[in-house]
Design a protein around this ligand. Structure first.
Ligand code: AMP
Ligand code: MG
Length: 342
């Protein structure tokens, strides 16, 4: 299959491919998604094949506005409406009870569905033009860092999908925040582009699932099926170093090997001259770190580094999502030197 690169004025072509059961890479504000008609089990099945995605890891259904919630979800709690009103279109996925018309292929047989209204004009235009809910996970090969530009998606998906709609670089850079609204106390299943503090401002108490902060034991059943898989990982093993940034930089410098790669804050890049360095932004600019983190992880695969150390931001705001992606890429191999500055 030849993968076409579509420009922003080819929305109708992208929508036509979706309507006829094909696969299209779609830019969103978080990362590029791999979209298919979310009501067509065969099309949804092709997503799993193209990504090499485990069959028990469900997909998110993307809708053009909150009025579509009722078509695919039931027993919608007032909290869902309040959140949709406050943050959609935007980087938040809600887990709600599903209706029967949502194919098992999307939910992997769960009684719930993940649903989101993306905040990117091209994503919304394609969904509206197709007139369908679009099922889409991130557009990477399973286990690889998520793509934040069309070129990264093409690296993984060339020859595997029909087209990619090029919308430039993603503004947020980490995937959506996932909150499960089916238990009495809402539960954060994945920190992401919407800070936890924003969720708490609307919902009050939010529980944080254990799988967000630690590796699950082999016998443990995750609440979000995707949580149990190794994620976002470059080929070389990653070690994350947490703590105040000057301390973590010094620790990494002391432990450098011949072919160690480093992910660091901009201020510390000069300490690592001679190494393969990916500077992900200033210590205080977590939005920039979020935009850069996947690109940085991906960049090492075209180098000969055999180990990667990463400085890690504090967990306030977008730092929670950046730290989570780094720790998942590291399989939770963390050297803990204390609290990071916020
Ligand atoms: P991706 O966009 O590649 O990160 O994949 C979608 C994420 O949403 C995965 O982590 C899934 O486990 C999660 N997800 C989708 N639907 C559900 C659901 N019904 N319950 C819990 N998690 C879900
Ligand atoms: Mg993904």
């Amino acid at each position: 299959m030849k993968t076409r690169l579509l420009t922003a004025n080819e929305i109708d072509t992208a929508a036509g491919i979706l309507r006829s059961g094909g696969l299209v890479g779609i830019p969103t504000e978080t990362v590029y998604g791999l979209g298919a008609n979310g009501l067509d089990p065969a099309a949804v099945g092709r997503i799993f094949t193209a990504k090499g995605r485990p069959q028990d890891n469900p997909l998110i259904l993307h809708i053009p506005d909150a009025s579509w919630l009722d078509r695919y979800c039931r027993n919608i709690p007032p909290a869902a409406c309040a959140l949709a009103e406050a943050v959609w279109p935007g980087p938040l996925t809600m887990i709600l009870q599903r209706r029967e018309n949502v194919p098992n292929a999307v939910t992997c047989g769960l009684g719930t569905v993940g649903i989101r209204c993306p905040g990117h004009p091209l994503a919304l235009a394609v969904i509206r033009a197709a007139g369908l809910p679009v099922a889409a996970p991130s557009g990477n090969l399973s286990g690889r860092p998520s793509p934040t530009c069309a070129r990264h998606m093409l690296e993984d998906m060339d020859g595997r999908i029909d087209a990619i709609l090029d919308g430039g670089s993603c503004g947020v850079g980490v995937e959506s925040t996932i909150v499960d609204l089916t238990p009495p106390v809402p539960r954060l299943l994945r920190p992401g582009g919407l800070p936890l503090e924003r969720l708490q401002a609307v919902l009050g108490e939010v529980a944080v699932d254990r799988a967000v902060t630690a590796q699950l034991g082999s016998g443990e059943k995750p609440r979000a099926p995707g949580m149990k898989y190794r994620h976002y990982a470059p080929k070389a093993p990653v070690v994350v170093v947490t703590g105040e940034s000057l301390r973590t930089a010094r620790y990494i410098r002391r432990n450098l090997g011949q072919r160690t790669g480093v992910i660091c804050f901009d201020e510390y890049a000069p300490l690592f001259s001679g190494c393969t360095v990916e500077a992900i932004g200033p210590v205080s600019d977590k939005a920039r770190q979020a935009r850069r983190v996947f690109e940085a992880l991906r960049a090492f695969d075209s180098t000969d580094v055999d180990a990667i150390y990463a400085q890690c931001p504090g967990s306030g705001g977008l730092g929670f999502a950046v730290a989570n992606r780094l720790k998942k890429a590291a399989g939770f191999q963390v050297v803990d030197l204390g609290e990071a500055e916020e």
